[in-house]
Each structure stands twice: as C-alpha cells, then as structure tokens.
Design a protein. Structure first.
Ligand SMILES: Cc1cc2nc3c(=O)[nH]c(=O)nc-3n(C[C@H](O)[C@H](O)[C@H](O)COP(=O)(O)OP(=O)(O)OC[C@H]3O[C@@H](n4cnc5c(N)ncnc54)[C@H](O)[C@@H]3O)c2cc1C
Length: 102
C-alpha cells in the first residue's frame, strides 16, 4: 500500500500477499524517502532536465563508439524511469533485435 501524504513512510509491503502464501507469521517492509546525500546513499531516479539529458547524450555518444561490442540496457543506460516490467521488456527487446541473431 502506498502512503504518499500522511505518514513518514511512503509504502508498506506485506510480501505474503504478493505470492498468496498462507502462513501464521508475516514479513512487512516499510519504505522511507530520504534526500540524496553523496556521502550516504545513491541517486535512484533519473531526473529529466535539459542539463541531465545533455550529459546523457555525451555518455550515449561514447557508448555508440563501442560499435555493438558492449550492450547497455536499463534505467541508467537509457536515463529513463522504468518500472521492473519495462526494464525487463527493454532487455528482451534488445536480446531479440541484436543478440538472438548473432
Ligand atoms: C524506491 C524505488 C521503488 C521502486 N518500486 C518499484 C515497484 O514497486 N515496481 C516496479 O515495477 N518497479 C519499481 N522500482 C523500479 C525498479 O527498481 C527499476 O525499474 C529497476 O530496478 C531498474 O533496473 P535496472 O537494471 O535498469 O537498474 P538498477 O536496478 O538501478 O541496476 C543498475 C545497477 O548498476 C550498478 N551501477 C551503477 N553505476 C555503476 C558503475 N559505474 N559500474 C558498475 N555498476 C554500476 C548499480 O549499483 C545497480 O546495481 C522502484 C525503484 C525505486 C528506486
């Protein structure tokens, strides 16, 4: 369940509901938002701003020079916010287009 406004935590997950597991005990995770601090944590979300997009294009230009020898895929590679299903979809598309036919 998401709690975007009213609590300190933003989401609670009770994992046995994901798998429909029946058990008398349970595991619950609480997620808390925190500010990015270079010394303490990692920046998780792409921030679509002109400055960041320009930087992304510089990295992409370097990647393109590798001429298909290395594949970059996923959220950092495309600098886009993906959910898990999109991440997997992009990886499968790459595999179908480039790797499966080699
Ligand atoms: C707080 C949060 C909640 C989320 N909740 C959901 C959800 O409920 N449902 C959902 O579908 N999706 C959710 N997502 C999104 C999901 O986590 C991402 O879509 C998925 O993890 C993206 O996979 P990825 O492989 O592209 O990137 P990542 O999982 O970010 O993997 C990138 C990897 O590269 C590594 N790395 C970075 N830089 C370097 C480097 N220079 N050298 C070597 N390795 C490096 C990182 O350490 C990391 O392990 C959530 C994301 C966050 C942050």
């Amino acid at each position: 369940m998401n709690f975007p406004n009213t609590n300190d935590y933003t989401r609670v997950t009770e994992f046995k509901h994901l798998t429909a597991q029946k058990h008398h005990k349970t595991t619950i995770a609480f997620e808390y938002s925190e500010l990015y601090d270079k010394e303490k944590n990692e920046p998780y979300y792409p921030i679509p701003q002109e400055k960041n997009n320009e930087l992304y294009l510089k990295y992409k230009a370097e990647v393109d020079k590798l001429d298909g020898k290395v594949y970059f895929v996923g959220r950092l590679a495309d600098y886009k916010y993906y959910n898990m299903d999109q991440t997997i979809g992009v990886a499968l598309q790459l595999f179908e287009k480039k790797i499966a036919n080699q």
